[in-house]
Design a protein around this ligand. Structure first.
Ligand SMILES: Cc1ncc(COP(=O)(O)O)c(C=O)c1O
Length: 396
C-alpha cells in the first residue's frame, strides 16, 4: 500500500463513534446509586413509559440488550426447532445468532444493492412450508419496506419481527418504526442514536405478547423482583416457564431517561453531518454512499455507509488503513453473516447466492457520524476520504 507523503489530516484521532453524555445523565446515575435501588425499578418504568410515548407504541419493555430482546421475541412468537426464519445477511451477528439460539434455521434473503434493506421479492422467493417468521433489519436507520413485508407476511401467515436496533427515531411514512409493530426491537448500545450503556427495548401492539415477553425477560417469574420487595408486595412468586435474566437496571434507565429526551436533537445533528457528506461524496469518484429508500421515510442517520468502488484504485481495507493513518476511525457494518466461519461451515450453500450482500460486504465502510462531531471534524473525514482514493485531482 502506498503511504501518502503528506502529514496527517488531523492531529487528534477522531473515533468512529462517541456517545453524547451530559450532566443530566451523570447526575441521575449518581442519584440512582445513592437511592438504595439500582436494579429494575421505578426509573426503569419511567424510562419504558418515555420510550413508549416517544415511539407511539402500545407496550414497551426495556431489556438488557437488543440481542436479548430479539431472542425472547422469537421465543414469545413460538419459533423453535424445525422452523425457518428469513433474514438479511448484511446485519449484525445477533440477528442471525438468535435464530440459531432457539433451534430454528436462518434462511437468507438478499438485500437491495444500494440501500442494503431486505429485498421483498427475495423474501417472497425464500418462503417454504417451514417458514415461520421474517426479520427485516432497518439498516443504518432507514426503514425496510414495511407495507410490502406486512402484506407478504399476512398472505403467508408469517410473524414479522423487526430488528430496529439502528432505528430509534426512524419513520416509515409518518409513523415511528415500532409504533404499530407486532414486535420491534431497538438497541441502546453506545454507538446507537441514544444509549443506556448497554440496553434494548421491545415494542409490541399485542398485550398478550407483552405479557409473555415479561415472563421470558425475568426467569419466567409471574411477579417482577422489584414488586416483591415493594411495601405492598409479598415475597412469593411462581415460575411459569424457564425464563432468562434479561432485565434492565435503574442505573441504565437513569441515563436513558435523559437520552430519549434529547434524541430528536441528536438526530438533527446527525442529519446535518449526513447532508455535508452527501454533498461531498456526490463529487468524489469511486466512493458511493447508500441511496435513500424509494418511499416516504425519515432516515435516523444511525450509520453513514459508503462503498469503495473498484475504480477507486484502493481496496476497502487499504482505504480503512489510510483513514486510520489520518486519524479518522471507521467501522464495517457488516461482513455478510453467511460468510462468517460458523455460518459458512454450517450452511455452505449460501455462498454465491446473495450477490448484492457479497458485493457490498467486500466494499462497505462506515464513517464517523455523531452529535459531538464539529463541522470541521466532518470536513476532516471528507478530506481523508478524498486523499485515500487519490481524488483531489480527479473529481467526478
Ligand atoms: C442490526 C443489529 N441487530 C442487533 C444488534 C444487537 O444489539 P445489542 O448490542 O443491543 O444486543 C445490533 C447491534 O449493533 C445490530 O446492529
Amino acid at each position: 500500500m502506498e503511504t501518502p507523503a503528506q502529514k496527517s489530516i488531523r492531529e487528534e484521532f477522531l473515533p468512529f463513534s462517541r456517545p453524547t453524555i451530559g450532566d443530566e445523565e451523570i447526575n441521575e446515575v449518581v442519584e440512582t446509586l445513592r437511592s438504595g435501588w439500582i436494579t429494575t425499578g421505578a426509573r426503569t418504568q419511567k424510562f419504558e413509559e418515555a420510550c413508549r410515548a416517544y415511539v407511539g407504541a402500545e407496550h414497551a419493555l426495556a431489556v438488557s440488550s437488543a440481542t436479548a430482546g430479539l431472542h425472547i421475541a422469537l421465543l414469545a412468537l413460538g419459533i423453535g426447532p424445525g422452523d425457518e426464519v428469513i433474514a438479511p445477511s448484511i446485519t449484525f451477528a445477533a440477528t442471525i445468532n438468535v435464530i440459531e439460539m432457539v433451534g430454528a434455521t436462518p434462511v437468507f434473503a438478499d438485500v437491495d444493492r444500494d440501500t442494503l434493506l431486505i429485498d421483498c421479492d427475495a423474501v417472497e422467493s425464500a418462503i417454504s412450508a417451514r417458514t415461520k417468521a421474517v426479520i427485516p433489519v432497518h439498516y443504518a436507520g432507514q426503514p425496510a419496506d414495511m407495507a410490502r413485508l406486512e402484506e407478504i407476511c399476512r398472505r403467508h401467515g408469517l410473524a414479522l419481527l423487526e430488528d430496529a436496533a439502528h432505528a430509534i427515531g426512524t419513520r416509515y411514512g409518518d409513523r415511528n418504526v415500532g409504533a404499530d409493530s407486532r414486535i420491534a426491537v431497538f438497541s441502546f448500545h453506545p454507538i446507537k442514536n441514544m444509549t443506556t450503556g448497554e440496553g434494548g427495548l421491545i415494542t409490541t401492539s399485542s398485550a398478550e405478547l407483552a405479557d409473555r415477553l415479561r415472563l421470558y425477560r425475568f426467569h419466567g417469574m409471574s411477579k417482577d423482583a422489584w414488586k416483591r420487595y415493594d411495601k405492598e408486595g409479598t415475597p412469593h412468586y411462581d415460575i411459569v416457564l424457564p425464563g432468562y435474566k434479561y432485565n434492565f437496571m435503574d442505573i441504565q434507565a437513569a441515563i436513558g431517561i435523559h437520552q430519549v429526551a434529547k434524541l430528536e436533537s441528536f438526530i438533527e445533528r446527525r442529519s446535518e453531518i449526513a447532508r455535508r457528506y452527501d454533498a461531498a461524496f456526490g463529487g468524489i469518484d469511486g466512493i458511493s454512499p447508500l441511496k435513500a429508500a424509494p418511499y416516504p421515510a425519515r432516515h435516523a442517520r444511525h450509520l453513514y455507509v459508503v462503498r469503495i468502488e473498484d475504480r477507486a484504485g484502493v481496496s476497502r481495507d487499504d482505504f480503512i488503513r489510510l483513514l486510520g493513518r489520518n486519524n479518522v476511525g471507521t467501522g464495517i457494518h457488516f461482513t455478510a453473516i453467511h460468510l462468517q466461519p460458523y455460518y459458512r461451515n454450517k450452511y455452505p450453500h449460501w455462498e454465491g447466492r446473495l450477490p448484492n450482500s457479497e458485493w457490498n460486504s467486500a466494499r462497505i465502510v462506515s464513517l464517523p457520524i455523531y452529535p459531538l462531531m464539529s463541522d470541521s471534524d466532518a470536513e476532516d473525514v471528507i478530506a481523508a476520504c478524498r486523499l485515500a482514493v487519490g481524488s483531489e485531482g480527479r473529481q467526478a
